[in-house]
Design a binder for this molecule. Structure first.
Ligand code: HEM
Ligand code: SF4
Length: 563
């Protein structure tokens, strides 16, 4: 876990003190809301439907138990008892009083956290694989690179006012767990000959009203060149990005307009200059940060076999445990250890990604007891205990069950990604949380969910696509029709290496129609699937038509006068 040095620490403290003064001036009406807005946004404070919302960065998704306890304290004393983990490894608090915002930043600074650059047209939180450093399919631990990038991008004077926000993700495993291709820049790390660390660079991905997947613009670049190359890339964007039109200002539009080859060529050209002025990263830089990501004191343990779990379980617990083991437990690099995903998607009760202060405190306790005091946040809005001794899995499962965090639904139909939507967000066209809950209510039979297998449902309350609906196998988008809430359904989207953007299947639905529509889509899959075929594979094999027909089956009946 990275520990701040004096520079990091004084920076976050100075920022929080500076913001405290700005808030006082605002409260005394010495500055207007218009003048205050850019100041608060630089500290992650948005003005939303009912209150201020604070977005706190969790760099590359890593949290210590002490940090989580502070987040719990903030939820309890400054909010309404919970926080919302987002798709980009941030946490949002939805009910913040302006007067208290500086106190929160102070609390955060004390545990080496902040909200700097969590909004505004700058380089946002650097995200990465929640299983970094422990994943069995990892090429190299990406966290030192992420941390170097965090330091490089934080308060970078040249890139504080880009044409639009800028999101970077770093992946370094066989599976992509970062939605790399949906980022403005995706960095893919790998090992070259003689173990040298190389990077492939993807650019121009993003969601919103014009969803696009990033394209490969550079291969096999030595990691030392990253600051010079990214500087060149950002300069090209800064120079040519469409500042005149907010809808066309993201880098994806520039890459599309120029064509990927021309864009890559311009970056390459600029790089010939930045190469001279920008010192490459060195082994000294690497060592300075990498020392914080050394392996924890693992014990020498034998690998554990499933039969050994079974013996530790009561007969009536076996099915439940094995289901959880199958969906929520991941293979680890070190024998005798496992990684565990705690589900923040309980059926019916909380909004996807929400955790109460009590849960956060309890999870911090689990992290201390089972995972070297550390946690990770996933893109799907769940939490991970990365280093659990496999012999402890049964005990952990039992405790997590008591806390409502052990639902065995990771990757299944009810592991829904959802934005806060109309309940909180002032930009929303429709509510997302009640839709997520209604789907979870309809599909709360675990046997059925496990039989259906991998399906992602992503829900956004408006075209800004915070819920990443474009890349959900099933995407749900809130739209406004004459002041009424409707929901458009897309199909065929996917994330990871097979990333794809879903297509709208037809007319929008009313909220109460959605669970039945999902039911009909899933039934079509169950009827049509080949052995072992996932939902998305069946959709891609058959095309949209049979699913469309099923989704609008009621319309067809109506036409025939059946209902
Ligand atoms: C009330 C709170 C929120 C507000 C006001 C807000 C605002 C926005 C806006 C305006 C955009 C569109 C930006 C663009 O197209 O360039 C956007 C995109 C996005 N937001 Fe949010 N958002 C909020 C909450 C969230 C939450 C809770 C999540 C995670 C669940 C999230 C994650 C994202 C992501 C991943 C995108 C898409 C980025 C892309 O285009 O690549 N946001 N948000
Ligand atoms: S998708 Fe729209 S409704 Fe949902 S959080 Fe983003 S801006 Fe708000």
């Amino acid at each position: 876990m990275y520990r701040y040095d004096e520079i990091d620490q004084s920076l976050v403290q100075e920022r929080s003190a500076q913001f405290a003064e700005q808030v006082v001036r605002r409260l005394k009406h010495q500055i207007s809301e218009d003048e205050f807005k850019p100041l608060r946004l630089q500290n992650g404070l948005y003005l939303q439907r009912h209150a201020y919302m604070l977005r706190v960065a969790i760099p590359y998704g890593m949290l210590s138990s002490a940090q989580l306890r502070t987040l719990a304290k903030i939820a309890k004393y400054y909010d309404r008892g919970y926080g919302h983990f987002t798709t980009r490894q941030n946490i949002q608090f939805n009910w913040i009083d302006l007067e208290e915002a500086p106190l929160i930043l102070e609390e955060l600074a004390a545990v080496q956290m902040h909200a700097i650059q969590t909004s505004g047209n700058c380089i946002r939180n650097i995200t990465s694989d929640p299983f970094a450093g422990v994943a069995a399919d990892e090429y190299i631990d990406p966290r030192p690179i992420c941390e170097l990038l965090r330091q490089w991008s934080t308060l970078h004077p040249e890139f504080a006012f880009l044409p639009r926000k800028f999101k970077i993700a770093v992946n370094s495993a066989a599976e992509d767990r970062t939605v790399l291709l949906c980022h403005d820049v995706g960095i893919e790390l790998k090992r070259g000959d003689q173990d040298v660390l190389l990077a492939n660079i993807y650019a121009g991905g993003g969601m919103g009203r014009t969803p696009m997947l990033a394209e490969l613009i550079k291969t096999d670049m030595p990691w030392q060149d990253l600051p010079a190359y990214l500087t060149a890339l950002l300069r090209v964007y800064n120079r040519h990005g469409r500042r005149d039109n907010i809808y066309k200002a993201r880098i994806k539009i520039l890459v599309k307009a120029l064509g990927v080859d021309d864009f890559a060529k311009q970056v390459e050209e600029e790089w010939t200059h930045t190469k001279i002025t920008y010192a490459p990263w060195t082994d000294v830089d690497w060592q300075r940060v990498a020392q914080h990501f050394t392996k924890p004191p693992y014990k020498k343990l034998p690998a554990l076999f499933q039969e050994q779990f079974i013996q530790a379980l009561q007969p009536n617990e076996r099915v439940g445990f094995m289901r959880w083991f199958e969906r929520n437990v991941r293979e680890h690099q070190v024998a005798g250890y496992s990684s565990v995903v705690l589900s923040l998607k309980p059926h019916r009760t909380q909004a996807p990604g929400d955790a109460t202060a009590e849960q956060m405190n309890a999870i911090a306790e689990l992290a201390d007891r089972y995972s070297f005091g550390e946690l990770r946040v996933t893109h799907e809005q769940n939490l991970v205990l990365a280093d659990v001794e496999s012999t402890q899995l049964v005990a952990l499962w039992q405790e997590a069950k008591r806390l409502g965090l052990a639902l065995s639904n990771i990757g299944l139909l009810t592991d829904i990604i959802a934005c806060p939507g109309g309940d909180f967000c002032s930009l929303a066209n429709a509510k997302s949380i009640p839709i997520a809950k209604a789907i979870q209510e309809r599909f709360d039979h675990l046997d059925y969910l496990h039989d259906v297998g991998d399906v992602s449902i992503n829900i956004s309350g408006c075209i800004n696509s915070c819920g990443h609906h474009h890349v959900g196998n099933i995407g749900i988008l809130g739209v406004d029709k004459d002041g009424e809430e409707w929901f458009q359904v897309t199909l065929g989207g996917a994330q990871g290496h097979e990333a794809a953007i879903g297509k709208v299947i037809g007319r929008a639905f009313l909220a109460d129609e959605i669970p039945a529509v999902i039911d009909r889509l899933i039934k079509t899959y169950v009827n049509e699937r080949y052995d072992g075929e996932r939902f998305i594979q069946t959709v891609w094999r058959l095309g949209l038509e049979p699913f469309k027909q099923a989704a609008y089956a009621d319309d067809a009946k109506e036409k025939e006068g059946v209902v």
